[in-house]
Design a binder for this molecule. Structure first.
Ligand code: HAM
Length: 436
């Protein structure tokens, strides 16, 4: 029989790794609340038609990468990204009628049937956000600046912001025509994929990494030649605001991004960690001023982004918090177990992380376990302690031992641990270190 394994491109996150995930998730939640965003949770499964309409029928995501299935005659898809579902929820709950400006963030798994590689998975996790109801470049600039600050907080090195404007849908159509006029006579030199895209989605040719396409695309007109006055003004203001904020960026006139819903501002943020390889794009985002109306909602401008959490984990130097306990209660035999459980409960009521070793192991093995867990204090309950109504409190760092009545034993253990953690608090605060 074949051994059962996780699905290719879908990974377990084991407890040894989860601390770093949680630190980044908490730092993200904190950043978002500082900027006035509120969390939204939408389903992992949506109607297939939502993604086809929002992301675009001829995008790679919709054409090749979606996990779609039919359940009781209903075509459904595991969400490949968060924007479409968030916009659907915004429309469905008539949020615009309740508030003129909406800032939502989300975090969770997304699913794309891509070829797995380092930094590219089939189930991956995004930290994302969407703002509905603000069409000005101030919103774009604040978002980009916020993301740079967040990546700096995570200790990501070589942060590089790339921005572009793709214009309003009318400029996009003009540009599509101009691109086709330029590329059509050279079609034979393009890759087979791009020859097909020339018919279906010519803008995607600009994203191609194929040498044949790169050679042809080099001389193509850029979207900037066709932006209208409004688009141009939006982009110039965005750049001026980023300059004023001191947020470095580069303009790449060929940045188009792979999803069809974008209008005007587009951006990507890269990191420089050598282990990122092909996954160096940490964050992607942009405006989608037409999508809400296209999905049947009100005319509301919108902008958002998503960061790949697995990529942030590779790029960030955030370290793992210690995941052990502060105290171990050690009953030395079955008679001591009920008293041990009560003592442990009292410690936890005092917010002390503690474990009881109810296996009835020898003192030696329990002390070894206390060390492995990083416990500083061990409360030992043998037959003689039970008979006398006392507990042996062993401080493994101060190398002290005291026999104390049970209620005092809890007090002393708590005092020792709180004093020790005060020492910890006097260190400079580290990322996402939770107050105890
Ligand atoms: P996206 O560029 O497709 O945009 O994805 C955003 C980020 O998700 C990427 O930069 C990358 O870090 C991560 N990511 C994407 N695919 C994978 C994968 N297969 N494995 C690991 N990480 C991946 C969006 O998804 C848009 N919804 C962003 C957005 C929000 N635009 C407006 N609002």
């Amino acid at each position: 029989m074949n051994p059962l394994r996780a699905v290719k491109g879908m990974n377990d996150v084991l407890p040894d790794e989860i601390g770093r995930w949680q630190r980044i998730e908490r730092a993200y939640a904190r950043t978002m609340s500082l900027y006035g965003y509120r969390e939204v949770r939408t389903p992992y499964v949506e109607q297939t038609g939502l993604f086809v309409r929002a992301i675009g029928e001829t995008t790679d995501v919709v054409e090749k990468e979606m996990y779609s299935f039919v359940h009781h005659d209903e075509p459904l898809t595991l969400r490949p990204e968060g924007t479409a579902g968030t916009a659907r929820a915004y429309i469905e709950h008539a949020v615009q009628a309740k508030e003129p400006l909406t800032r939502w963030w989300y975090a969770g798994p997304m699913f794309r049937g891509e070829r797995p590689a380092r930094g590219r998975y089939r189930q991956f996790h995004q930290l994302g956000a969407e703002v509905f109801g603000d069409e000005g470049p101030g919103c774009d600039a604040e978002m980009i600046d916020m993301l740079v600050g967040f990546l700096n907080e995570l200790g990501v090195s070589g942060v590089e912001v790339i921005v572009n404007s793709i214009g309003a849908p009318s400029s996009k159509t003009l540009y599509r025509d101009a691109l086709v006029n330029y590329l059509a006579p050279k079609a034979a030199s393009l890759s087979p994929d791009s020859q097909r895209r020339l018919e279906t989605n010519p803008l995607r040719i600009l994203d191609s990494k194929d040498e044949r396409d790169l050679a042809v695309v080099g001389g193509a007109p850029t979207i900037h030649d066709l932006l209208d006055a409004g688009d141009r003004e939006h982009f110039e203001k965005l750049r001026a605001l980023l300059d004023a904020l001191g947020t470095p960026y580069e303009v790449d006139a060929r940045l188009v991004r792979g999803l069809d819903y974008y209008t005007r501002t587009l951006f990507e943020i890269k990191g420089a960690h050598e282990k990122l390889g092909a996954g160096s794009t940490l964050v992607g985002g942009g405006r989608y001023d037409g999508m809400v109306a296209d999905l049947g909602g009100p005319r509301v401008p919108a902008i958002g982004f998503a960061a790949g959490l697995e990529r942030l984990l590779i790029a960030s130097d955030v370290d793992s918090p210690d995941g052990g306990v502060d105290a171990l209660v050690a009953p030395l035999g079955p008679n001591a177990i009920s008293t041990a459980l009560v003592l442990a409960r009292d410690l936890r009521r005092n917010r002390i992380r503690c474990e009881v070793d109810t296996r009835g192991a020898s003192l030696k093995r329990q002390l070894r376990r206390a060390n492995a867990l990083g416990a500083r204090v061990v409360l030992i309950l043998g037959d003689s302690e039970l008979a006398e109504g006392v507990v042996q409190v062993k401080d493994l760092e101060a190398h002290t031992e005291e026999r104390l009545p049970r209620d005092q034993a809890v007090r002393v253990a708590v005092d020792r641990l709180v004093a020790a953690s005060r020492g910890v608090e006097s260190r400079p605060p580290r990322l996402a270190e939770e107050p105890r």
